[in-house]
Ligand binder design. Structure first.
Ligand SMILES: CCc1ccc([C@H](C)CC(=O)N[C@@H]2O[C@H](CO)[C@@H](O)[C@H](O)[C@H]2O)cc1
Length: 789
């Protein structure tokens, strides 16, 4: 290993050990490790071809990968080898790992789920491709100026990305605009604009390097690089115009994670990667097959929400216009290949494109959508329409063009059947199924929590890493004092390490024995960071009113970005930082209450915060969080959940036991019922003196003395609108927090509850989730029977 690293340093980086930077060492290590996985990758590809296996194609606008170096090293079981080699070379493994920028090619849950799924598909040995966009700039960098979020372009590609292979030979033309001709039964699309999609491949190697799949990300490039005539005329801007325009398509990730931007460029991004992916998978299929009617036997396409829903009309277009299959046959043929996952019920997140816009950008596709609509209406009169009020509704299109539609938690799937797709569910009663989300235990326990990992592996071997339900065996350790001692110590060590990091990055001193209460996720009103903040102020009040009480010291940690245009979310961020400023400098509650909000929350920060957490905040308004996956990561790492009966919280509580979960709040049905009551917010506030006091302090500028009206909007929203029932759940939440306080006072009992969480989270492995998709949707199997566990 040592020689290989030095070899790469010399011949790939052109550096000798004495002059190498951390970047050079990281590149040398990454390229050396990458060398070790290429064989597995090639062999897997060959095996899939040899077995003419069915392939899964996971189409997603987002892959929130984070860092890859640790993942690659541990999946190849090379950690000790690399650590040893670097030590011999006088280099620090952790410093080198931390030098890798996050691949932040996603907003939140949907993007991270796609990344976890890729790891599980490879670990299970199921032949698969992830298809997405190689954004030049991922999710923006967040910083705070006077407590307010400031966004800066993310720049992960300023350095070479060690793990990707450019595939200049894998390039497809992507067309836009123009018009469509119909001559004697033949249809021809005459586009007005064309760009090239070039593939960049990243190998996805499974646990223990047994199988390798590919993440193929498309980058937009101009058909003609450079307009020499304009240049010679001195019109330099014109010379580079076509290039700039083309590259714009894969320039940046849209930072909205719940609001449909409706922007033309977003539609072009969605079509760009979808069309490139379909051309690529058709090329691969036609290499070994010539009868397109067998396509569904060999191709399973999963649509990660509606963002790639244009895949339905695009596949029909290719089958009909390029392969001469009859429209009436092409539609069911395409449907047999396609499946769609819904990740949200929020009306503002359900994509719909103006018919005029879609018709201008994709004229042939609008024609095909009209035919799909007619076919659906003919076969199911009165069916909900795709084309409605001048809009193309992508949810309805995805549903009608999919043979299976799934929700991402048991509760969410029921709500999908009862609300957003109730009418389509009545017409197609077997199409909607549930596949509760999961997380990869490789990144979210094995890599991010080495202390707990070693404790578990010492106790039961490492079989759990690829078979997480083995963790149930840990329940027997509840009465093993030595084990419980070590279990508590590993959490304590993680908290001490986090306290150091927070000290360095935020300049705030933390007490590692305090309860670390953590809410990390995108900032959104339905996730109710505001309710958490209001409870914190109420606790602060009580601590100041009752200084002699034996208070459980509490550290509130927030992390999360707001979509740049989401002003209420940005106000909530500012309020959290303003309240932190006051409370953290209050001598009356020194050592008892701290609020920390490290900027630029991302995958790597989650890997640092979650292992050091005692309490996991999953407090969304019931019926709003489709699943959540952070909730699973916390529980797996021995944090207790305070939460509502929402999304996967319901199933987590079923698995870990109600006695090991701090439940509060209205149920989804009660939320719907309460909303019928006019003035429910004012009624709730009047009924809660504690809440009234807190809202009064915020409204009068207690936390913004130089701008007292700053939060009138936030408080006014709670009194007059409060759509997410913060006011109605506040007292129940406050009481649950006090229950957590009392429980934390008994460290051994808390540790036992935490152990029950870790031990009961096996089912929430994304391996189990992917097995469900493979069984119930894709009918896909590992070609290597040995891996078909
Ligand atoms: C059109 C803009 C846009 C972009 C992304 C999205 C995503 C669907 C939002 C998202 O990330 N949803 C989250 O998906 C997770 C994975 O299934 C769930 O665990 C979360 O509950 C859900 O909010 C909606 C709308």
């Amino acid at each position: 290993m040592k020689d290989d690293i030095l070899n790469r340093l010399q011949f790939s980086l052109g550096k000798d050990a004495d002059h190498a930077s951390v970047y050079d060492w990281r590149m040398a290590v990454s390229l050396t490790v990458r060398d070790q996985m290429v064989d597995t990758w090639f062999n897997s590809t060959k095996e899939a071809y040899a077995a003419s296996s069915k392939r899964v194609y996971y189409l997603s606008m987002e892959f929130l990968i984070g860092r890859l170096i640790e993942d690659m090293i541990s999946n190849l079981q090379l950690e000790d080898t690399v650590r040893g080699a670097l030590t011999d070379l006088g280099q620090d493994f952790d410093e080198i790992v931390h030098d890798e920028p996050d691949a932040a090619l996603g907003n939140g849950g949907l993007g991270r789920l796609a990344a976890c799924f890729m790891d599980s598909l490879a670990t299970l040995g199921i032949p698969a491709f992830g298809y997405g966009i190689r954004y030049e700039h991922g999710l923006f960098e967040q910083s705070f100026a006077q407590g307010q979020q400031v966004e800066r372009p993310e720049t992960w590609l300023n350095q070479r990305h060690a793990w990707e292979f450019e595939r200049p030979e894998v390039q497809f033309p992507i067309c836009f605009g123009g018009h469509v001709d119909h001559h004697d039964g033949k249809t021809t699309w005459h586009p007005s604009e064309k760009v090239l999609a070039t593939a960049y491949d990243t190998p996805v190697i499974g646990w223990k390097n047994e199988w390798g799949n590919t993440l193929r990300l498309w980058s937009a490039e101009p058909v003609s690089q450079f307009d020499l005539d304009s240049f010679n005329r001195g019109d330099y801007l014109a010379a580079g115009r076509s290039e700039a325009l083309a590259r714009t398509i894969s320039r940046v990730l849209y930072p909205d994670d719940t609001t449909d931007s409706g922007k033309e460029l977003r539609l072009k991004q969605e079509y760009f990667f979808t069309a490139a992916s379909i051309q690529d998978l058709m090329r691969r299929y036609l290499q070994d097959h010539d009868d397109l009617r067998q396509l569904p036997e060999h191709v399973a396409i999963q649509l990660n929400d509606t963002h790639p829903a244009i895949a339905g009309p695009e596949l029909v277009r290719v089958l009909v216009d390029e392969h001469g299959i009859d429209m009436a046959e092409a539609i069911p043929l395409a449907r047999a290949c396609l499946a769609y996952t819904n990740h949200t019920l929020l009306p503002e997140a359900l994509e719909k494109w103006g018919e005029w816009l879609l018709g201008r950008i994709l004229p042939r596709h609008l024609e095909i959508i009209r035919i799909i609509e007619e076919t659906q209406q003919r076969e199911h009169p009165g069916s909900p329409r795709i084309l409605e009020h001048g809009d193309v509704r992508m949810g309805e299109l995805a549903f009608i063009m999919a043979h299976k539609v799934n929700g991402v938690s048991a509760l969410h799937t029921e709500l999908v059947k009862e609300t957003v797709f109730a009418d389509l569910h009545r017409i197609h009663p077997t199409r909607i199924i549930n596949q509760t989300n999961g997380i990869t235990p490789r990144r979210w326990l094995y890599n991010c929590n080495p202390g707990l990992r070693d404790l578990i592996t010492d106790a039961m071997g490492d079989g759990w890493v690829a078979d997480l339900e083995q963790l149930t065996a840990l329940k027997a350790k509840r009465d093993d004092a030595a084990f419980m001692q070590a279990f508590q110590a590993s959490k304590r060590d993680n908290k001490a390490a986090l306290s150091n990091w927070i000290g360095q990055t935020c300049g705030i001193a933390l007490d590692p024995d305090a309860m670390f209460d953590v809410q990390i996720k995108r900032i959104h009103e339905y996730k109710r960071q505001l309710m958490n903040l209001l409870e914190t102020v109420a606790l602060w009040n009580d601590m100041r009113d009752n200084p002699d009480h034996d208070w459980t010291p509490r550290v509130k940690i927030f992390g999360g970005k707001a979509a740049p245009g989401y002003y209420m979310a940005k106000d909530i961020i500012r309020l959290i930082n303003d309240v932190a400023e006051v409370i953290n400098n209050d001598p009356a509650t020194k050592g008892r209450l701290k609020i920390v909000y490290p900027p630029n929350y991302n995958v790597t920060m989650a890997e640092r915060l979650i292992p050091a957490s005692d309490l996991s905040e999953q407090i969304s308004t019931a019926g709003k969080e489709a699943s959540g996956t952070g909730n699973m990561k916390f529980a797996l790492n021995g944090a207790l959940t305070i939460g509502t009966l929402d999304g996967a919280n319901v199933e987590i509580r079923e698995h870990v036991g109600s006695e090991n979960f701090f439940l509060f709040g209205l149920t989804a049905a009660e939320v719907m019922e309460r909303r019928q009551h006019h003035g429910y917010a004012r009624a709730a506030i009047e009924a809660s003196p504690r809440l009234q006091r807190v809202l009064g302090q915020i409204a009068e500028g207690r936390f913004a003395p130089h701008d007292t009206g700053r939060y009138h909007g936030v408080v006014g929203m709670l009194y007059d609108h409060d759509y997410f029932l913060v006011t109605c759940d506040f007292d129940s939440y406050f009481d649950a927090q006090r229950r957590a306080d009392n429980a934390y006072q008994n460290a051994d009992n808390w540790a036992a509850m935490a152990l029950m969480n870790t031990a009961s989270m096996g089912w929430f492995s994304s391996d189990r989730t992917i097995k469900g998709y493979a069984r119930d949707i894709w009918n896909a199997h590992p070609p290597r029977a040995a891996m078909d566990r």
